[in-house]
Ligand binder design. Structure first.
Ligand SMILES: Nc1nc2c(ncn2[C@@H]2O[C@H](COP(=O)(O)OP(=O)(O)OP(=O)(O)O)[C@@H](O)[C@H]2O)c(=O)[nH]1
Length: 455
């Protein structure tokens, strides 16, 4: 006997009233639900009630020491059973104002997501077009049924008695779209190995699934509420995991799109990185060249500074196989230029002297400012007579050239010492010292002349 209504009886049709075989207690609670609502409630091939709600209610029976019998039928009929008092409880369903007229609802058991599922070929159409033009499947008397009729009154609906029939119609291409609970449609598609056939195209709602009793049966309602509160959380989680751990159905084109997008992003990132690295390397090279130049250059005249000149002289003196010509010259009475016209004009005179000499030098000659008004030139392309001739040329071109400054042209002369050598064993210091001595000899000769010798 049913504890509440005395409802257990033989089924009149293929629908099943199935006592829970594992539970042997005195009282019996008759629980109704859909026979094709996988994974929540369904009848398997051997006629057994199965599903998340079936497991939950079995656990309810075990904890509350009561027999539970399942009456699983078409959806609409399952509501009628509770409404007409032919079942004690509806195992789980969503609240709606329509249902609330004849049912009282208990606490939440799980969430359900209403979803529009479409065949791939319809995915490119707008949702409005779909609701306006495409006949859509829905289970009769289901929450989705009333939701769509209320929210999308223009939709053309094809009504099925249960989810199994609707999914069968969808998979045999009789309908191109349907509205169903996400978890339920997923379960059917997945277990039918048709994951890619239909894709979720629009989420419609998320609502709580609750048990329900006939309107006004408050004693039973509080018994159900209290009964569920005794179930421990671990068991509830275990049951949820067991039935809802079904692979989500993603459209088959999603993975290639995700992979292609990731590849494009990575390629763009690498290209951008390479462009940035190339730009920075170029800027760095330019900065390095500038630094090198600054480190080697005399800032006033732009010719080599003492450090670079000495290093270059040493390097060429070591490696040369020809004669070396080294000239050293100093501006005559330069102090009086500064004293008469100012340091600024003195600077301009230094620059002008360099501009007079530089065009007369071959490309391989190295020209350096090695002191305040002291300069030096070395080159390895001349023989002895050419070297002395060239020394005279440098010395005389300064005297003869106009040295232009802001106050006009001024006369400048230099005293020059030149050394020529073909010896390989002579050091740079020796060469510089000898050239220096010759330059001082030129000064002593009365300036504006050159002294040279071979060593
Ligand atoms: N304007 C200017 N003057 C400099 C610079 N470096 C050195 N001098 C000047 O060069 C002059 C060198 O003077 P001294 O060593 O007495 O020789 P001098 O007057 O050239 O006479 P002699 O060398 O004996 O012919 C000094 O007045 C320095 O101030 C510079 O960069 N700019």
């Amino acid at each position: 006997m049913s504890l509440f209504l005395g409802l257990i009886s033989k089924p009149a049709s293929a629908d099943a009233i199935i006592p829970d075989q594992d539970i042997h207690h005195a009282a019996t609670l008759v629980v109704a639900n859909s026979k094709a609502w996988k994974p929540f409630s369904y009848i398997d091939k051997s006629g057994e009630p199965k599903g998340l709600l079936v497991d939950l209610w079995k656990e309810f029976g075990r904890v509350n020491n009561i027999n539970v019998a399942f009456k699983l039928t078409d959806w609409n009929k399952s509501l009628e059973l509770v409404r007409q008092g032919k079942a004690d409880v509806h195992a789980g369903l969503l609240w709606s104002s329509e249902r609330a007229q004849f049912l009282d609802f208990g606490n939440k058991l799980a969430n359900l997501d209403g979803q529009l599922f479409l065949e791939k070929k319809l995915l490119s159409q707008s949702i409005d077009d779909i609701f306006n033009n495409e006949p859509l499947g829905v289970v009769k008397g289901s929450y989705e049924d009333s939701f769509i009729r209320h929210e999308f009154p223009q939709a053309t609906l094809i009504v099925f008695d249960n989810n199994q029939e609707m999914l069968d119609a969808a998979l045999s291409h009789k309908i191109n779209g349907f509205i169903a609970d996400f978890q339920i449609a997923n379960f059917y598609l997945f277990t039918a190995n048709e994951q890619g056939a239909f894709s979720p195209a629009k989420h419609l709602y998320t609502e709580s699934m609750r048990p329900a009793v006939a309107k006004g049966n408050y004693a039973l309602l509080s018994y159900v509420k209290e009964g569920f509160s005794k179930l421990d959380k671990d068991t509830l989680n275990r049951i949820q995991r067991k039935w809802l751990h079904v692979e989500t159905v993603y459209p088959s084109y999603l993975l290639p799109i995700v992979i292609s997008t990731a590849v494009i992003i990575i390629v763009l990132y690498i290209v951008q990185l390479k462009v940035t690295v190339a730009k920075r390397t170029k800027a760095l090279n330019l900065a390095n060249q500038e630094l090198k130049l600054l480190a080697a250059q005399d800032p006033l005249t732009g010719i080599s500074n003492r450090r670079f000149f000495t290093a270059a002289l040493e390097s060429q003196n070591r490696s040369r196989e020809t004669g070396m010509t080294l000239m050293l010259f100093d501006i005559d009475k330069f102090k009086s230029v500064n004293d008469s016209y100012g340091h600024h004009i003195g600077d301009q005179a230094l620059q002008a002297i360099v501009n007079v000499i530089r065009p007369r030098l071959c490309e391989k000659a190295v020209f350096g400012r090695i002191g305040g008004e002291e300069f030096s030139i070395f080159l390895t392309s001349l023989n002895k007579s050419q070297a002395f001739e060239f020394a005279n040329l440098i010395q005389s071109c300064v005297e003869k050239s106009p040295i232009k400054t802001d106050i006009g042209e001024i006369n400048i002369t230099i005293s020059l010492g030149a050394i020529y050598t073909e010896r390989q064993d002579i050091s740079c210091t020796d060469l510089m010292t000898q050239a220096d001595l010759l330059m001082y000899r030129a000064k002593n000769q009365g300036r504006n002349c050159s002294e040279y010798k071979e060593v």
